[in-house]
Design a protein around this ligand. Structure first.
Ligand SMILES: Nc1ncnc2c1ncn2[C@@H]1O[C@H](COP(=O)(O)OP(=O)(O)O)[C@@H](O)[C@H]1O
Ligand SMILES: [Mg+2]
Length: 249
């Protein structure tokens, strides 16, 4: 078990003891955090120590207050433990038909995007550093595009918006797992375009349908494509995905 995961697990066990909760089995999809059920109705999550992107996860859940996302029940900034409402049955939208998952995603995203300010951080203070990491086939294009506009500061974005972070909760769906920043709403679309996990973004027609659905919801088409190139440059677009993205410009 990686040392970060061991530390997060230990912190989760301490928080559970302090809050009088019984921890269940950890959820398998957790990648940079320890996540386990805590009783029937709650989930306890502790981010890995160096996971900076999810720093303001509790504040975002608190701001959404159950509208479009799971509710925050309790949090401890010192240990990064957070207790949140458990989505039940909690299956994600990855296995739904394309049209259905797309409609749900657009509907959830438009609830999550809200005008916000502090403590959330502006993406413009972070993206240049991310773009300065390892070069990829998209890096040069991404740097040019990033230099061509000023990222917005007005909207709270989810930051890790995709099929596996949208769960069924009773007769509705809710988002989990935000990496919240202030930015353009269009910043949230790329991660949806190249998910679910088993899918590679090589189907041009399907990608266009997805983009069109977000444009219909009021987003700017060029900015969706620009953010897809920018985020694709540092989030590891495959060679085929990079080729599709490059063909847009
Ligand atoms: N509130 C919740 N209700 C139900 N299941 C959850 C909840 N939060 C997390 N999970 C489950 O745990 C998994 C990992 O949690 P997530 O917050 O996405 O962690 P990570 O940041 O590591 O991706 C999710 O994919 C989901 O299956
Ligand atoms: Mg997740």
């Amino acid at each position: 078990m990686p040392v970060d995961l061991m530390r997060a697990k230990a912190a989760a066990q301490r928080a559970a003891a302090e809050w009088g909760l019984e921890l269940g089995r950890p959820f398998p999809l957790a990648r940079y955090s320890y996540v386990a059920s805590a009783g029937d109705d709650a989930v306890l999550k502790v981010a890995w120590e160096d996971d900076d992107e999810s720093l303001h996860e509790p504040e975002a859940l608190a701001l959404w207050a159950g509208d479009g996302a799971v509710r925050l029940l309790r949090s401890d900034p010192a240990t990064r433990a957070l207790l949140e409402e458990r989505a039940l049955p909690g299956d994600d939208i990855a296995s739904l038909p394309e049209e259905e998952s797309l409609a749900i995603a657009v509907q959830i995203a438009t609830r999550l995007w809200r005008p916000a300010g502090a403590p959330f951080r502006w993406i413009g203070d972070h993206v240049p550093r991310w773009l300065d990491g390892d070069e990829s086939e998209l890096t040069e294009l991404a740097r040019d595009l990033y230099a061509s506009f000023e990222p917005g500061r007005a909207w709270l974005v989810h930051g890790d918006f995709h099929h596996h972070n949208i769960l069924r909760h009773g007769d509705r769906h809710v988002a989990i797992d935000p990496k919240p920043y202030l930015g353009d709403r269009e910043y949230d679309v790329p991660s949806f375009l190249w998910n679910p996990i088993a899918y590679e973004m090589t189907d041009r027609a399907q990608t266009e349908r997805r983009i069109a659905a977000f444009v219909d919801a009021g987003l700017d088409e060029h900015r969706i494509r620009a953010w897809t190139a920018i985020r694709g440059a540092y989030l590891g677009a495959t060679a085929e995905e990079a080729a599709l993205i490059r063909s847009w410009f």
